[in-house]
Structures are given as structure tokens and as C-alpha cells.
Design a protein around this ligand. Structure first.
Ligand SMILES: Nc1ncnc2c1ncn2[C@@H]1O[C@H](COP(=O)(O)OP(=O)(O)OP(=O)(O)O)[C@@H](O)[C@H]1O
Ligand SMILES: [Mg+2]
Length: 256
């Protein structure tokens, strides 16, 4: 296994935010962590990335425990697309994307080549976008820059915290397709945090449902749909099921 989370636990001021969460991620695999607001998704991702120290439990990367690897090396191998893009507002797109390569001391030519390749992949050609500031971009473009930044250090794993939040459906579809294509090309594994089952359906190999700080079920979309383990899992399926029925009916009535 590439990444293993074992009984990760974290409380804030005596309240359990994440409660003995365990899962494993194989190379190239995408796992979706899905659940309602406040169920502990971001806290879990931050413990994977060592931005938050767990109270209990361990994370291993390629069999190496977190404390046996320097923090900077750990974070190079695990890219993080932060909730709401999290770009530095006073840095240009190029400076934002190149944060990790700079820290790693890459030569300028290698940095430039990486910048151009990544900005092309996320559909923001360097000649038009490299010099812009985050404030000069749309929300969808900022998310794309956040993705390019997370991939700049050539990580084995990318953690994505609601990368599609607040995007209109077409922009979201485009970004989902781009992530799927980049994953094919670059071969990274991913943990995708979302509260939208349809996003998880489109990108994830497996889905882990969180409720009250715990993972209550892990399975393929098919397994969750056919045998939801708890009311929380059924809850998450209710809206997409309703949507599928409504849209399906409209299309049938239109004879399409
Ligand atoms: N730094 C913090 N200090 C105190 N409480 C926190 C802190 N960070 C998170 N929490 C609490 O821990 C719980 C889990 O928060 P977390 O951010 O992990 O949820 P989430 O699933 O990512 O939610 P959302 O979907 O809204 O982003 C919440 O009850 C939250 O209020
Ligand atoms: Mg969150």
C-alpha cells in the first residue's frame, strides 16, 4: 500500500473531530472521503499531510511512518489542493505553482518547464496566466492553479479538499475530466474530499463515507447504493437518487 492511515484520532477542545479513522490507498488509486459538513474530512486530510498532528494513530507512506521522514519530503510526496484553492494572494500564478520546486532548489529551466507543462494541463497557458494574481482569476481558474501547485513537486499522492466547491456544473465537469486525464498521464493516487456523491462517483475507485468523525462504510459506488450500511449513507444517496429520477423522467418525457 502507498498510504496507510491507522486509527487516526483528533479532538479539538475535548470534542472528537476524527475518531479512529483507518484506510489504505494503493498506488494510482482514488479514494473519495464523503460526508456532511463538520464530519471531519478536512481534519483527516490535514493529518495525512502532517499539517495537524494526530492525538492517536499513525500514517505511513510507502511503509515509512510519518516521524521517520522529514516533513518537507513528506509534503513533497503528498500534494494538497486546499479547500477554497488557498492561493497566496500577493504571489502570481507562476509563484504560487512553483512554491515547492523553489523549496526543492530546482534549476530555473526545470521550474519553467514544469510551470508551462502544468499550466497547459490545467488549461491556463503560461503566456496568458503565469503573471496574473489570484484576484485576476475566476473561481474555477483559481481551483485549477491550486491543482497545478499541488502537482508541481511530482507527488505520489494528491489530497483534494472540495476542489469543485462553488463551481458551476460546466466548469466542474471540465475540471473533473481534466483531473481524470492528468491522473492517467501522471499516475498519482488521490484522496478526494467532497460532500457530493456524483463527484465521488465520477472520480473515485472507492468511496469512504464519514459521519461524526468516523468512517461508517467504505466500498465502490455500487456497493454503497445496493447495501448502505447506516442511515448516514442512505442520506447521502437520497439527493442524487432524487436528482437521477427527476432528470431521467424529464428526458423520457422529451423522448430523448
Ligand atoms: N482548529 C480547530 N479548532 C477547533 N475545532 C475545529 C478546528 N478544526 C476543525 N474543528 C472542528 O472539528 C470538526 C470537523 O471539522 P472539519 O473541518 O474536519 O470538517 P469537514 O468535514 O471538513 O467540514 P466541511 O465539509 O464543512 O469542510 C468540526 O466540528 C469543526 O468545528
Ligand atoms: Mg472541510
Amino acid at each position: 500500500m502507498l498510504l496507510k492511515a491507522d486509527r487516526l484520532t483528533k479532538s479539538f477542545a475535548g470534542t472528537l473531530a476524527v475518531d479512529h479513522v483507518s484506510f489504505a490507498l494503493a498506488p494510482g488509486e482514488t479514494l473519495a472521503l464523503i460526508g456532511h459538513s463538520g464530519c471531519g474530512k478536512t481534519t483527516t486530510l490535514k493529518m495525512l499531510n502532517r499539517l495537524i498532528e494526530p492525538d492517536e494513530g499513525t500514517v505511513t507512506l510507502g511503509g515509512v511512518r510519518a516521524h521517520d521522514m522529514p516533513g518537507h519530503e513528506w509534503r513533497r510526496r503528498i500534494g494538497f489542493v486546499i479547500q477554497n484553492a488557498g492561493l497566496f494572494p500577493h504571489k502570481t500564478v507562476a509563484e504560487n505553482v512553483l512554491v515547492t520546486p523553489k523549496l526543492l532548489g530546482w534549476e530555473t529551466a526545470r521550474q519553467q518547464a514544469k510551470l508551462e507543462a502544468l499550466l497547459d494541463m490545467v488549461g491556463l497557458p503560461a503566456r496568458d496566466y503565469a503573471g496574473r494574481y489570484p484576484g485576476e482569476l475566476s473561481g474555477g481558474q483559481r481551483q485549477r492553479v491550486g491543482l497545478a501547485r499541488a502537482l508541481a513537486g511530482e507527488p505520489d499522492i494528491v489530497l483534494m479538499d472540495e476542489p469543485f466547491a462553488a463551481l458551476d456544473p460546466l466548469t466542474k465537469d471540465g475540471l473533473i475530466a481534466d483531473i481524470a486525464r492528468m491522473r492517467e498521464e501522471l499516475g498519482f493516487a488521490a484522496v478526494l474530499v467532497t460532500h457530493d456523491f456524483s463527484e465521488a462517483l465520477r472520480l473515485a475507485d472507492r468511496i469512504a463515507v464519514m459521519d461524526g468523525g468516523q468512517i461508517v462504510q467504505t466500498g465502490t459506488a455500487n456497493e454503497l447504493i445496493t447495501a448502505p450500511a447506516t442511515p448516514a449513507v442512505e442520506d447521502l444517496l437520497a439527493a442524487p437518487r432524487q436528482m437521477a429520477a427527476t432528470v431521467g423522467k424529464a428526458f423520457r418525457e422529451a423522448g430523448a
